[in-house]
Ligand binder design. Structure first.
Ligand SMILES: NC(=O)c1ccc[n+]([C@@H]2O[C@H](COP(=O)([O-])OP(=O)(O)OC[C@H]3O[C@@H](n4cnc5c(N)ncnc54)[C@H](OP(=O)(O)O)[C@@H]3O)[C@@H](O)[C@H]2O)c1
Length: 334
């Protein structure tokens, strides 16, 4: 039984949506605890009409907590998750720190729910750009086995949390009056710009964000043979990541079949009518929980290739919604 729930990082970009999702989806817990840093201690957050005070994330905070959803930076997750588990909580963590640990299942509930059955107190939610891509790949993989993916991302500034969104606004305002706002969260000014670097240099010229897309995709789909070539780009959009995806499959599938597979898969909405200018765009997908797919077409450069465009709200399915769905799954199975 999961009676007491803690939201760790409740004051952040993702934590706020976790709270929204918990209210909307009506999860059957009895008590809620909100945890964050010293900066937020004592702040009041309204939840289902009740004011709850934010408490300090520190050892001892999980003594009566059954389930915790963590949305903190990696280094904070590295520290708090072990003592939360020791104090008796099961942790669903959204940071990147635990995802590739072989003992930690990495879950997208529509794709690999059964992996959640075997955990040692920690379950991880994938990186935002990985989640939406893997949701879109899953129906194709189930029928035709995905062998290779070439993906370019167009990632929103809220992917870097509240400071990322603020920096976009400051950068645009400064640019409009001919000034440059000194970048802090990003490597360069983001207003009226694109930055082809998310994360740090990691492997053979790929960034840490790009390598997350490689390793996490293979782990979730349970297939180390899937080849992924990603390019991750930060764009001046506040919310909603977009991805141009080229996928090659072992078995040929037609565009019509791919469209039917997308349409039948839980969590995917197809918006695909080019003659009438209909395709997914971040401004239309913001605030929604689905992964949106459009521009579905044959890859004219490859015999077994399908090309498509994929958009999802990174704070929702890319983060909070997926974590709350994992919590829901655990509660249903307890
Ligand atoms: N943004 C996305 O699209 C997205 C998608 C998938 C995964 N994630 C992951 O989710 C996590 C949170 O991201 P975010 O975008 O919500 O970041 P954020 O807006 O910067 O929020 C960070 C949260 O962590 C808390 N925190 C920071 N330092 C802390 C400390 N020393 N002790 C306790 N709490 C601390 C903050 O509390 P204070 O307010 O008190 O500082 C805040 O609640 C990150 O690991 C990120 O990689 C984000």
């Amino acid at each position: 039984m999961y009676e007491t729930l803690a939201v760790v990082g409740a004051t952040g970009a993702v934590g706020r949506i976790v709270l929204e999702q918990l209210q909307q989806r009506n999860l059957p817990f009895k008590k809620l605890k909100l945890l964050a840093s010293e900066r937020s201690v004592g702040k009041e957050v309204r939840f289902n009409g009740e004011a709850i005070k934010v408490e300090l994330l520190a050892p001892g905070a999980f003594k009566n907590v059954d389930l915790a959803i963590g949305s903190t930076p990696d280094e904070i997750a590295a520290e708090f998750v072990p003592y939360a588990v020791k104090e008796g909580a099961v942790v669903v963590d959204e940071s990147g720190y635990w995802r590739m640990d072989p003992k930690v299942p990495l879950i997208i509930p529509e794709v690999n729910p059964d992996a959640a059955n075997k955990h040692e107190g920690i379950l991880a939610s994938p990186n935002c750009s990985t989640t939406q891509m893997v949701v879109a790949l899953a129906p194709l993989h189930q029928v035709a086995r995905v062998t290779r993916v070439v993906v370019s991302t167009y990632q929103a500034t809220s992917g870097a949390g509240l400071p990322g969104s603020e920096e976009l606004n400051d950068s645009v305002r400064s640019a409009l009056v001919g000034q440059t706002h000194p970048p802090k969260t990003f490597q360069h000014p983001i207003g009226f710009n694109l930055i082809p670097q998310i994360g740090s240099s990691k492997y053979e010229g790929y960034t840490s964000e790009e390598m997350k897309m490689v390793y996490e995709t293979q782990k979730i789909l349970g297939d180390d043979g899937i080849q992924v070539c990603p390019t991750c780009v930060r764009v001046p959009v506040t919310n909603g990541h977009s991805e141009s995806i080229l996928v090659e499959t072992e078995k040929h599938i037609s565009v019509e079949e791919a469209k039917e597979l997308f349409e039948a898969f839980e969590g995917i909405t197809v918006v695909d009518d080019l003659p009438n200018n209909q395709y997914p765009m971040p401004r239309d997908c913001e605030g929604k929980d689905d992964v949106f797919v459009g521009r579905i077409r044959k890859d004219i450069s490859s015999p077994n290739g399908i090309a498509f465009w994929c958009v999802s709200d990174n704070l929702r399915k890319g983060a909070a919604t997926n974590a709350v769905q994992i919590a829901e799954l655990l509660m249903k199975r307890s």
